[in-house]
Write a protein that binds this ligand. Structure first.
Ligand SMILES: Cc1cc2nc3c(=O)[nH]c(=O)nc-3n(C[C@H](O)[C@H](O)[C@H](O)COP(=O)(O)OP(=O)(O)OC[C@H]3O[C@@H](n4cnc5c(N)ncnc54)[C@H](O)[C@@H]3O)c2cc1C
Length: 405
């Protein structure tokens, strides 16, 4: 320790008022600071609490009052000026002459990218950006989401509706013609099926269910997760969910690419379509859109009417199930069902931690609550601070109006 020692006598002498027979000291006066007093051992200017208090003292009051807001900030203590916010719009990145192409086939049900699809884009960018490549999205329907997700080029497949056989044939034609370095699929029901169909058609190796991916290596667990399989990434790879972060930061061109597809040969599947399930009977774990009632809902007839009008699956908080107002199977949360829904609409639910655990994976959360500070409102992307009993009939009216027009 080589801190300079304090010298109380010298400090007091600095306040001495000159003149007069008896020694007098003016402690309020700021003494001419000696250089070693003004700077600490580390070289930083010393804080003087007394001087700061004198600045904050409000004059003309009977009782001593301090106004800290008036304290003049020391030059060194002044907060650094905030940098002007950079342009908030993401940067457009153009890859005019790609060295190679990395293709991906998102599931995109109804033309909308799922979180798993966005992770697929993240993986494709990882492989493309390593060496000056570009990302080619092979989609059923081109949407404006693709540029932000990370697509440099977009090729629309000539497939209408659910026809995995025709889609696999179209993908095989693209694979053969464009010499793609990689083709990525989501390891989901649809993406996994397509990847296996393409592997069977083309005779190429497929690395299914990859959990980590880089330009040099791809890995997946094996033997009940006791071992790990690793290899150089082949052309066909299907990616497990939550293995790679989605792409963020730059917007890409999403330039449409023309491609002459061969005439579709008549396949074994004559007609195939999705038969939508009755949302009221779908299990909560599989539901896509859940509308839940909490303790703030008293009008359950309006709640049921709203659920039916929205075509959603009904859910509830534990409070409501405990009270016998909804069946136990409808309970959302840690001790109920953990949802995988795209949208969750919470009416009069506080958002207790056990309840929020059940909606952690939901992409969009909408909440209605009278309390602005409810945790459910904080979790929601869109919130209505109002009485649920008034919001429900208003929404039913709007939906009826929309259906009538
Ligand atoms: C071990 C354990 C496990 C649990 N597991 C679960 C679980 O799986 N799922 C679960 O849900 N809970 C679970 N809980 C219970 C949980 O802690 C909460 O008690 C419960 O979620 C609260 O339900 P609620 O939000 O409906 O009711 P409350 O906490 O009473 O909240 C009601 C909300 O409604 C709002 N409100 C009131 N009137 C209106 C109105 N007119 N219009 C709009 N809003 C209004 C209020 O502001 C409030 O935010 C568990 C608890 C424990 C201890």
């Amino acid at each position: 320790m080589n801190r300079p020692r304090k010298d109380p006598r010298a400090a007091r002498a600095a306040h001495r008022v000159t003149g007069g027979a008896r020694p007098r000291f003016d402690l309020a006066r700021v003494p001419d600071a000696a250089p070693e007093d003004a700077l600490s051992a580390s070289g930083r200017p010393r804080r003087d609490p007394r001087a700061q208090e004198r600045v904050a003292l409000v004059p003309g009051t009977l009782r001593r009052r301090l106004d800290r807001a008036q304290r003049a900030p020391a030059a060194s203590a002044a907060p650094p000026a905030l940098a002007a916010p950079a342009d908030a719009a993401p940067r457009l990145r153009v890859i005019a002459q790609p060295a190679y192409l990395v293709a991906l086939v998102p599931d995109a049900p109804g033309g909308r990218l799922t979180p798993h699809d966005r992770q697929l884009f993240g993986a494709a960018r990882l492989l493309a950006d390593a060496d000056g490549g570009a990302v080619l999205a092979l989609v059923d329907l081109a949407t404006d989401e693709l540029a932000g997700a990370g697509a440099d080029r977009v090729l629309t497949l000539p497939v209408a509706g659910y026809d995995p056989e025709a889609k696999a044939l179209a993908l095989d034609a693209v694979r053969a013609a464009l010499d793609l370095r990689h083709m990525l699929f989501a390891e989901s029901a649809e993406g996994g099926d397509l990847a296996r169909r393409l592997a069977a058609l083309s005779g190429e190796e497929l690395f299914a269910g990859a959990e980590s991916l880089s330009p040099k290596a791809v890995t997946r667990p094996a033997h009940g997760r006791r071992t790990e399989q690793r290899g150089a990434p082949p052309r066909l790879v299907s990616l497990a969910a939550d293995a790679v972060a989605p792409h963020a930061g730059t917007v890409h061109e999403a330039l449409p690419v023309a491609f002459a597809f061969p005439e579709p040969a008549g396949g074994a599947i004559l007609a195939a379509e999705f038969i939508p399930a009755d949302p009221a009977r779908v299990s909560l774990a599989e539901a896509d859109f859940v509308v839940s009632a909490g303790n703030g809902v008293t009008d359950f007839d309006a709640f049921r009417a709203l659920v039916a009008a929205l075509g959603a699956t009904p859910g509830a908080s534990r409070m409501v199930c405990d009270a016998g107002l909804m069946p136990r199977a409808a309970q959302v949360g840690a001790s109920g069902t953990v949802l995988d829904a795209r949208c969750y609409f919470a009416l009069g639910i506080a958002g207790a931690p056990q309840h929020l655990q059940g909606v952690a994976k939901c992409e969009h959360v909408v909440a209605v609550n009278t309390d602005l500070h409810a945790a459910m409102i904080e979790r929601a992307g869109l919130a209505i601070v109002a009485d649920a009993q008034k919001v429900m009939p208003a929404l039913i009216g709007l939906l009826a109006e929309e259906a009538g027009s």
